[in-house]
Design a protein. Structure first.
Lengths: 287, 296
């Protein structure tokens, strides 16, 4: 039945060829990074992907090495940086989601003085460039004594204006007023209503937002770089970049470091891609 | 309506409190500070003086600022001309109904969007390296006449940065186009092809009008994102403080960052920030006007 819809002049094979070609272009940097990470420093300069030899498929499999990974996690502080990244990303994603869900709920399902003003102001700040607040934000952290502390990275993450927008939208679309009212008539407490009735209804938005913030925090560079001076508090994004400054000519080591930094979020994304993508598009396509 | 008063008036404030405290401290207050700072001059770490519009006056006469504006505008034009057609093209390829393995392709195209900018900066500065970088070594292997010492990063700053950003974000915008294409009524397309409309005519007269709202929105997002380009060139050209050869990698936000954090002049940096903010708001308003007009 689809034959007529697809009655394009370019045959189906052409589509597959183009798709495969572009997939190849997209994947090749990843493949190159992976190959660079598992070959020795000298093989990096003599072979494009894997070292040529007389093993299976003409590749010198025995020359491959995991030495770089050992170095990253033993003599270099990459293990520590990874723990920091996991810590920042989990704490910020969980607390930002809770703050945004509670705030979005308050702004969509309650009537109180100043609601419209607060909502308009929060939504207006979404347009502001992050760079505008970089300097004054650092100044604030400095006055609060939060420079070079974990809290200095985490606390600013609890004010996600865009999260408020997403959750407010989700509450308006999917949480019916009469459920809340009948729960209140039954004598259900407000916090039980929020945790046991409202949050389960917006569960798809919660999982989508959790993973979006997790990945965004994992990848954030400039904020932790400004706030944290002590290398032992740096997340991977900052640590791997400083590694590049120190071992700039050791390409295999740098690529191995980049690989171990990207891999965890890639795995997470592969497991939760449906939530992730639906969360990204829900804001724009419906609105 | 009266029954909705069954909750205590404190409840919404309690729910809003954690967000509001953080938001006031780390967004509202810095925002007010940046407005004040823009009219002040910072001498060293502690001394500031009110200077009125002097920062803005200096800014508009600052050749370095205009270099940064020029680079950023060029990059934005490249971004719009490259990212939108590629993202839309990939979405159109994937939208053909009889393509199998759609999910795998979508996954592959989207994957680069997951990679953080600092990792992309490292990856691309090695990919584009002379001789050992994959791009030069592959081009040399395919076309022996290609110079393996081709100076991508050194002489072709705009091309290198545009290429890296294209790799990073084409799949991201593709997702939005794909979602929009799925809402194009297939009966319309079928009817048109029965009337003898070719693929280009169907795209031009049916698909394009249907996806116009998303196309407008994505164009705005690309423009806003490109005008704020910072981390990628800043990190790739980190050895020169982000300015690159002949300042050709210097963007508006890189200049803002350097003014604020390297020179310590938060006042001048805030002035740059506010000029950028006004331009971004201008584009957002322009997009709204265009979208409204299209609706009629």
């Amino acid at each position: 039945m689809n034959q007529s819809t697809a009655g394009s002049r370019l045959p189906r094979v052409g589509f597959y060829l183009l798709l495969t070609f572009f997939s190849g272009l997209t994947l090749v940097p990843f493949v190159w990074m992976l190959c660079a990470a598992i070959k020795t420093k000298t093989d990096f300069f003599t072979s494009r992907f894997l070292p040529v030899g007389d093993g299976w498929l003409g590749i010198a499999w025995d020359r491959l090495t995991h030495e770089q990974f050992v170095r990253l996690f033993t003599e270099l502080p990459v293990g520590r940086a990874m723990l920091n990244s996991v810590f920042f990303a989990s704490v910020i994603s969980l607390s930002a989601t809770l703050c945004a869900a509670a705030g979005g709920y308050a702004l969509s399902k309650f009537h109180f003085r100043g609601r419209e003003t607060i909502t308009t102001f929060i939504l207006a700040t979404v347009v502001l460039p992050g760079s505008l607040l970089l300097g004054p934000g650092f100044e604030t952290l400095f006055h609060l004594g939060l420079v070079d502390t974990y809290a200095g990275v985490i606390l600013p993450g609890l004010a996600p204006a865009f999260g408020i927008y997403l959750f407010r939208q989700a509450m308006i679309n999917s949480v019916p007023e009469d459920i809340l009212e009948s729960a209140r008539l039954d004598g259900c407490g407000e916090f039980r209503i929020f945790f046991q009735i409202v949050l389960p209804i917006v569960r798809p938005m919660i999982s989508a937002y959790l993973i979006i913030v997790f990945i965004a925090t994992w990848n954030s560079f400039i904020q932790p770089q400004i706030v944290l001076q002590s290398p032992e508090r740096h997340p991977l994004a900052v640590a791997i970049f400083s590694l590049r400054g120190l071992y700039g000519d050791d390409y295999s080591l740098i690529m191995a470091g980049t690989l171990v930094s990207i891999a965890p979020v890639m795995v997470l994304f592969l497991m939760l891609q449906k939530e992730f993508i639906s969360g990204l598009t829900s804001g724009a396509v419906k609105g | 309506m009266s029954s909705s008063r069954a909750y205590s008036p404190l409840v919404p404030w309690c729910l809003l409190a954690p967000f509001l405290v953080a938001f006031t401290t780390f967004t509202t207050w810095p925002l007010i500070r940046s407005l004040v700072l823009a009219f002040e001059q910072t001498y060293g770490p502690k001394t500031t003086a009110f200077v009125g519009l002097l920062n803005f006056k200096f800014l508009f006469a600052d050749p370095m600022f205009w270099t940064a504006v020029g680079n950023t505008v060029l990059f934005t034009i490249c971004a719009v001309c490259l990212q939108i057609p590629v993202a839309l093209g990939l979405a159109l390829l994937l939208n053909r109904p009889d393509i199998r393995g759609k999910r795998i392709f979508r996954l592959i195209f989207f994957a680069p969007s997951i990679v953080g900018l600092s990792f992309v900066a490292i990856l691309f500065s090695l990919l584009l390296e002379r001789r050992v970088g994959l791009i030069n070594s592959s081009l040399h292997a395919l076309f022996p006449a290609w110079d393996p010492d081709f100076p991508w990063l050194q002489n072709y700053v705009l091309t290198s940065m545009s290429g890296a950003v294209l790799w990073l974000s084409a799949g991201f915008y593709m997702i939005y186009f794909l979602a929009a294409l799925q809402n194009v009524p297939s009966e319309l397309l079928e009817a048109a092809s029965m009337d003898g409309a070719g693929p280009w005519q169907r795209f031009r007269h049916i698909t394009l009008p249907e996806i116009r709202p998303i196309l407008n929105l994505i164009t705005l997002l690309v423009v806003i994102g490109s005008l704020q380009l910072f981390e990628l060139p800043f990190l790739v050209y980190n050895d020169t403080g982000g300015s690159g050869p002949d300042n050709r990698a210097l963007t508006i936000v890189t200049y803002l960052y350097r003014t604020g954090f390297h020179s310590g002049d938060l006042g001048y940096a805030s002035a740059i920030g506010w000029v950028l903010t006004l331009v971004l708001i201008g584009f957002a308003l322009l997009q709204r006007v265009i979208a409204r007009r299209a609706e009629r």
